[in-house]
Design a binder for this molecule. Structure first.
Ligand SMILES: NC(=O)c1ccc[n+]([C@@H]2O[C@H](COP(=O)([O-])OP(=O)(O)OC[C@H]3O[C@@H](n4cnc5c(N)ncnc54)[C@H](O)[C@@H]3O)[C@@H](O)[C@H]2O)c1
Length: 250
């Protein structure tokens, strides 16, 4: 197993892509702190991981709260004594065009999608440095790479910020053997997208833009994250890896 003895914290891991990432990390031997606002779903995810033979715990973390982040790291240290991997996956999308976007909704998206990863990294760095290095993966989006036609300006703005946060941490902390990369998925069928994908026209738009002609799966994204944090990805740093069937190759 690639991640034996490693300890990971994954945000937004109660469901969707985050749960898939937690599952992949556990499968490869990592102990995983499943963090989310959703307690019931989080506990169910942990149960599933444990039944599969993994080592996992749930922690109720609101990524927008610095106090919560500090408490989550205290908890992970109590449980395992170390941190090797941080996956900043929690994210939201409020679908409003720029002309309609309220300041409250903009602030909420910035808080979850940008402040969240920023604070997570801020408080992870001392722990990663203490164990001689580690790996951070941020879940960005193709929207962080292109001006996506079907996505709100606000979401795109937040994911662009995640891309630059990734590159900045990658260059400034590499000397401590801390790597920081991002994964940039195209549309994945999850709780975030299931409602609008019920609309046949929107579904067709999303399928039509992908050269490989399908939506990304949770597993597509989880395996990319696994690669980046595993020894096989040891020299990969500061990369924004599209998992998009070729969408951003246009
Ligand atoms: N689904 C897609 O098409 C797609 C494409 C590209 C990128 N992404 C990104 O992937 C990530 C995961 O998305 P998903 O599709 O699995 O969505 P999801 O809604 O299924 O899961 C997101 C999880 O984050 C949690 N969360 C939300 N706010 C939080 C907070 N303040 N603190 C802690 N947890 C919080 C939610 O409770 C939820 O469990 C997001 O960052 C999203 O922007 C998704």
């Amino acid at each position: 197993m690639k991640l034996n003895g490693k300890v990971a914290l994954v945000t937004g891991a109660a469901r969707g892509i985050g749960a898939g990432i937690a599952k992949a990390l556990c499968r490869e031997g990592a102990s995983v702190l499943v963090c989310d606002l959703l307690e019931q779903e989080g506990l169910e995810t942990v149960k599933e991981l444990t039944e599969l033979g993994g080592r996992a715990w749930f922690y109720k973390l609101d990524v927008t709260s610095e106090t919560n982040w500090k408490a989550a790291y205290t908890y992970v240290l109590e449980k395992t004594g170390r941190l090797d991997i941080l996956v900043n996956n929690a994210g939201i999308s409020i679908r409003q065009n720029i002309e309609e976007m309220t300041v409250e909704n903009l602030d909420t998206m910035l808080a979850v999608n940008v402040k969240g990863p920023f604070l997570g990294i801020k408080h992870a760095l001392p722990l990663l440095k203490k164990v001689g290095g580690g790996s951070i993966v941020n879940i960005a989006s193709i929207c962080g790479l292109v001006g996506h036609l079907y996505t709100s300006e606000a979401y795109t703005t937040t994911k662009g910020a995640v891309v630059q946060l990734t590159k900045s941490v990658a260059t400034r902390h590499a000397k401590y053997n801390v790597r920081c990369n991002a994964v940039a998925p195209s549309t994945v069928l999850t709780g975030l997208t299931e409602k609008f994908l019920e609309d046949p026209q929107r579904r067709a738009e999303r399928l039509g833009e992908v050269p490989l002609g399908r939506l990304a799966t949770i597993e597509d994204v989880a395996e990319a994250v696994l690669f980046l944090v595993s020894p096989q990805g040891a020299f990969i740093n500061g990369v924004i890896l599209p998992v998009d069937g070729g969408l951003t190759a246009y």
